[in-house]
Design a protein around this ligand. Structure first.
Ligand SMILES: [Zn+2]
Length: 261
């Protein structure tokens, strides 16, 4: 179902703001049109950042026609599988996003927000088969995509542990299991193992093309890209709380390492 705030948006362009010069990072949301519930909580936080915060691009309505309809992708097409050299007949949406990234080579980090809409979780059963279980509707997880020639997960744990603690203190849980499972060999984003809410995605500039924007940016030379999966079934107040914790405990401390002012 479409959210009211997207009903009247023009659908022929992607929407983004450039804040400051030489953007250092990018905030990204709305590539899946049925995950629009994270837009408002995210926008509220971004609107209240101090004026000297890092220069950035905010692309929060990445897929306007799907947001308007409240569907993952128009005509069942997942735009977040387009970001791959192999993908032919890319949609205008992914082409515009790729052009935008080309225009701003100063971006080093992406913070992407999705919503997890799946009520089921996935794990390995006793016979090594994939079994499903009821996913805790309060559970959080994130992906950490990075260039494995230059970096590792060690650099992230000092930020990740405080995030976990704060989420748990505030009544959220950490997802354990596979991110997704579909009985479809063409689906490239599935069976990624998530442990205590964390899923690493090491790659290098030539590899890891699962078609997602977040992994593609690493092949374009960005340093790191994070995907935060907000549970879609919680209230908007709880979404706001979770996004606030993600900023306070993870994004802001992470970025502050690079502060030069
Ligand atoms: Zn998504």
């Amino acid at each position: 179902m479409a959210l009211f705030e997207f009903v009247h948006i023009p659908e022929k362009n992607i929407f983004y703001d450039v804040i400051g010069t030489n953007p250092f990072c990018m905030f990204f949301a709305g590539i899946h049109g049925h995950e629009g519930g994270v837009y408002r909580p995210l926008k509220n936080i971004l609107n209240n950042l101090p004026s000297n915060f890092f220069s950035r691009i905010e692309l929060l309505k990445a897929n306007p026609p799907s947001l308007k309809l409240g569907v993952r992708g128009v005509e069942n097409r997942d735009i977040n599988r387009d970001f791959c050299e192999k993908t032919k007949n890319k949609s205008w949406i992914s082409k515009e996003i790729m052009e935008l990234i080309d225009l701003y080579p100063s971006i080093e980090y992406v913070f992407s927000f999705h919503e997890e809409t799946d009520k089921e979780g996935y794990r390995e059963g006793k016979m090594a088969e994939i079994e499903t279980f009821e996913r805790d509707p309060n559970s959080f997880y994130m992906y950490d995509a990075f260039n494995s020639d230059e970096s590792s997960t060690d650099e992230i744990m000092p930020f990740y542990y405080p995030l976990c603690l704060s989420l748990i203190e505030n009544g959220f849980t950490l997802y354990d299991g596979y991110d997704d499972y579909k009985d479809d060999p063409h689906e490239t984003v599935q069976l990624n193992p998530v442990t205590n809410g964390y899923c690493k995605q090491p790659s290098n500039k030539t590899g890891f093309e699962d078609g997602s924007f977040e992994n593609w940016v690493i092949t374009q030379g960005m340093k790191r890209s994070f995907v935060f999966e907000i549970p879609s079934g919680i209230t908007k107040e709880r979404k706001q709380e979770m996004v606030k914790i993600i900023f306070q405990k993870f994004i802001i401390p992470f970025l502050n390492q690079f502060k030069t002012f």
